[in-house]
Design a protein around this ligand. Structure first.
Ligand code: NCD
Length: 474
């Protein structure tokens, strides 16, 4: 809860802001909407409206293109009986005049009861939530996360009668740039799923996402494809079109992979998740990219796979596959309405008591201490696309970090959640610094502590290396 605002409300900036029981509560409400308001001819479509949100307004503030996320949020609010307002084109809003997100959010908080924000910067949604006096929902922030897409993805699997606790999911494409995948893999891992990564060449999961899967969610994904793995390229064959590669189904590379892990040998793949090349997040926009088609999906492990895609697709998923009963991507997009109705309803406390209860416990707090540093002293997040480096919004951002304690400590940016592995801990009173990894224990008092990302960083503002600690003898 915002200290300055005594109203009880919460935001959704990462899928990890929701506990598993909250996700399940949200799904039961979405299911109830489908049951009570569904189109009798099209079971996955909401066909009627109710009036629980009459008098409430949802605003979509979108700084990047969108079709599904924005329209389904707006439809969801209208189906709940509320109204929606939209700023969908930065060229026609005050962003074109140079207004910061921080200012826009403070203003829009007075015009609407809930804000949905899409922005090209990683961490923009959590940053915006610091300035909002109403709930903020992340509609996709840079390459960071897209939590509501993950809610649609998991709900789709549930509706396909897949058991979320026993899933085995293969994920293909641009695993580095796709925010949908980052939220999805965290959720899969937390539900206990097996994850197989099929990255396009050079587009593996970011290191910090992979690290979190391994160390925080105890999920060790299979990676048959990846730069470090010589087998990787053996999985691809060049297709007819220039610069398009096809994932091959023979000589059954996935089967080979399954054989390596005896736990999975008998396990079929429940879902194949395909994503497009996120060109807007890459400097080199002309890279080889794999396609998924009926040929790739002909292996027996794919016999009952749900084939998913957050859409839009731009060539990586064969349109000829659309009539295959395993294709669920249009239903996945349709579920955006009941899911976003349920989320909006819960965040605005519009819903019945029994579903609402878990939501009132508030924002899922990080169990790691939050360190807030002034902008002018101390290290900044090293992710160049983090909101702290935005020419406009950076001026409003503090340097906020969590320390992830462990054998080798990591500094995690509060906004974009990228990790810094090598950093220096400094004492603000003594003006001394030392390499974090050399410390026995990291400081627990945020007000005495400051972090630097390089020695130069520290020395430039007058800090000196701490004298080596003397070994203590008993
Ligand atoms: C996704 C996004 O914006 O990240 N789209 C969506 O919301 N369904 C996926 C994409 O753009 O590739």
């Amino acid at each position: 809860m915002d200290k300055k605002n005594p109203r009880r409300f919460r935001h959704l900036t990462s899928i990890n802001d929701l506990r598993i029981d909250e996700i399940e509560a949200l799904f039961s409400l979405a299911d109830r909407y489908l049951h009570e308001l569904g189109d009798p001819h099209t079971p996955y479509r909401i066909g009627q409206s109710i009036q629980v949100a009459s008098g409430s307004i949802l605003a979509t503030l979108f700084y990047e293109p969108s079709t599904r996320t924005r329209l389904s949020f707006e439809t969801a609010m209208i189906r709940l009986g509320g109204k929606s307002i939209s700023s969908a084109d930065p060229a026609t809003s005050s962003a074109a005049k140079g207004e910061s997100l921080a200012d826009t959010v403070r203003v829009a908080s007075n015009y609407a009861d809930v804000l949905v924000i899409r922005h090209p910067r990683d961490g923009a949604a959590r940053f915006a939530s610091d300035f909002a006096s109403v709930p903020v929902i992340n509609g996709g922030d840079g390459a960071h996360e897209h939590p509501t897409q993950t809610l649609c993805d998991l709900f789709t699997l549930k509706k396909e009668n897949k058991n979320l606790n026993e899933l085995n999911v293969a994920i293909s494409g641009d695993l580095k740039g796709s925010r949908t995948i980052h939220s999805f893999v965290y959720a899969l891992a937390r539900f206990g799923a097996g994850v197989t990564l099929l990255p396009a060449h050079g587009m593996d999961l970011p290191e910090h996402v992979y690290w979190r899967l391994l160390h925080e969610y105890k999920c060790s994904p299979d990676r048959p494809v990846g730069n470090a793995d010589p087998e990787v390229d053996a999985l691809y064959v060049t297709a007819d079109q220039p610069h398009q590669l096809a994932l091959i189904a023979e000589p059954d590379a996935i089967d080979d992979l399954l054989k390596k892990d005896p736990k999975r040998t008998k396990k079929a793949i429940d879902a194949v998740y395909v994503t497009r090349f996120q060109k807007e997040r890459w400097v080199d926009k002309d890279q080889d990219y794999p396609t998924v088609d009926a040929n790739f999906l002909k292996g027996k492990e794919f016999l009952h796979s749900s084939v998913m895609h957050p859409l839009p697709r731009v060539g990586e998923l064969d349109v000829a596959f659309d009539d295959d009963p395993r294709a669920v991507y249009f239903r996945q997009a349709a579920y955006g309405v009941p899911i976003r109705m349920a989320l909006t309803s819960l965040l605005l406390s519009l819903s019945q008591k029994e579903v609402l209860e878990p939501f009132e416990t508030g924002f899922r707090p990080s169990h790691h201490i939050l360190y807030e540093q002034p902008r002018e002293v101390g290290g900044q997040c090293t992710n160049p696309n983090c909101i702290v480096h935005d020419p406009l919004d950076g001026k409003y951002a503090l340097n906020k970090f969590h320390i992830i304690d462990g054998k080798v400590p990591r500094l995690r940016c509060h906004y974009c959640e990228n990790d810094i592995e090598t950093f220096f801990v400094a004492n603000r009173r003594q003006k001394t610094y030392e390499l974090a990894v050399q410390r026995h224990q990291l400081p627990k008092n945020p007000s005495d502590t400051i972090f630097f990302t390089s020695e130069k960083n520290a020395q430039d503002v007058g800090y000196v290396p701490r004298a080596p600690r003397r070994a203590t003898h008993s």
